[in-house]
Design a protein around this ligand. Structure first.
Ligand SMILES: CS(=N)(=N)C[C@@H](Cc1ccccc1)C(=O)O
Ligand SMILES: [Zn+2]
Length: 291
């Protein structure tokens, strides 16, 4: 991040949105051509720490946004002329650190954050169940030892609080994109209910077009739909929270693959995954900035 800011200081800056539970700084990259409170686009990665392809893709995309802007390559200059982009590469720093402590699966496949819970044997809250959106409903667990433990209350986790605070205090986000892995899905709200969101038709058509752009690169096939219909019911999810706050263009990606490697996607797929994902994200951003 520091290298990117140093080499593109006119358009990229680092914003500390707070610290994690274990006191690691949470830095979002802000891409802006100036102006106050311009409409903005949010992209986060790594909410689930074992989904390493999401962090890697976010790093690649950060560099792509900066270099496309510097080289005046469409549509980035147009997008940044109208909107700011906030990119949080590591939404769960403590979990990410934990996944690097050992290659044994207890560490490498850690998903949650690392907060102490009411059960001394079990650490961590699933940050994607801790948001104030149907919190505590079906699609999350109240057992601290479960992978989808929602936490004691909505926004109980400092990492979620930091993200929600930035988005709320900014108040002018138009799009919210959350990168996860794996399963190759491009999804929109809701996850807490099977009821269609009011903007389902528009969100579905954007997601279909974006996934077609993605597939055009390497032939990777994504499935498109609401989170509830496509992957599972989940309460307390970030994308539902964003949509309920009026951030209409809210999406979640499940990046490669479909299970051959799963969370252990080999590093030699990082660049091709990033390039195809960028085509989809670029499509969404351009659509939003034309609205
Ligand atoms: C495989 S996974 N854990 N990334 C699937 C991910 C699905 C989801 C995305 C967005 C909103 C709600 C739910 C989750 O369980 O949080
Ligand atoms: Zn995930």
């Amino acid at each position: 991040m520091d290298t990117l800011v140093a080499s593109h200081s006119k358009v990229v800056s680092k914003v500390q949105i707070g610290n994690s539970y274990e006191n690691r700084p949470m830095y979002a990259l802000k891409f802006s051509t100036g102006g106050e409170k311009k409409p903005a686009i949010w992209i986060d990665a790594g909410m689930h720490s074992r989904e390493w392809i999401s962090h890697a893709t976010a790093v690649w995309i950060a560099n792509q946004i900066a270099t496309d802007y510097a080289n005046n390559r469409a549509p980035v200059p147009k997008i940044l002329g109208l909107m700011d982009i906030y990119l949080l590469i590591v939404a769960n720093p403590d979990g990410y650190f934990f996944t690097h402590k050992s290659s044994s699966s207890f560490y490498r496949l850690w998903r949650k954050n690392r907060s102490v819970t009411s059960d001394p044997k079990c650490f961590g809250v699933d940050l994607n169940r801790n948001w104030d959106a149907a919190f505590g409903g079906p699609g999350a667990s109240d057992n601290p030892c479960d992978e989808d433990y929602r936490g004691p209350s909505a926004n109980s986790e400092i990492e979620v609080k930091n993200m929600a605070n930035l988005i709320e205090s900014h108040g002018n986000f138009k799009s919210f994109i959350s990168l996860h892995s794996y399963k190759q899905l491009l999804m929109y709200p809701y996850s807490y209910t099977g009821t269609n969101p009011p903007d389902q038709t528009e969100l579905h058509s954007i997601a279909v077009a974006a996934s077609n752009a993605l597939s055009s690169w390497h032939g990777t096939v994504y499935t498109v739909g609401s989170i509830f219909n496509t992957i599972e019911q989940a309460s307390g999810a970030s994308v539902d929270w964003a949509y309920n706050r009026g951030i209409k263009y809210s999406f979640a990606f499940e990046l490669r693959d479909t299970g051959k490697f799963g969370f252990l996607l080999p590093a030699d797929q990082i660049v091709s995954t990033s390039k195809e994902t960028w085509l989809a994200i670029k499509y969404i951003m351009e659509y939003v900035c034309n609205k």
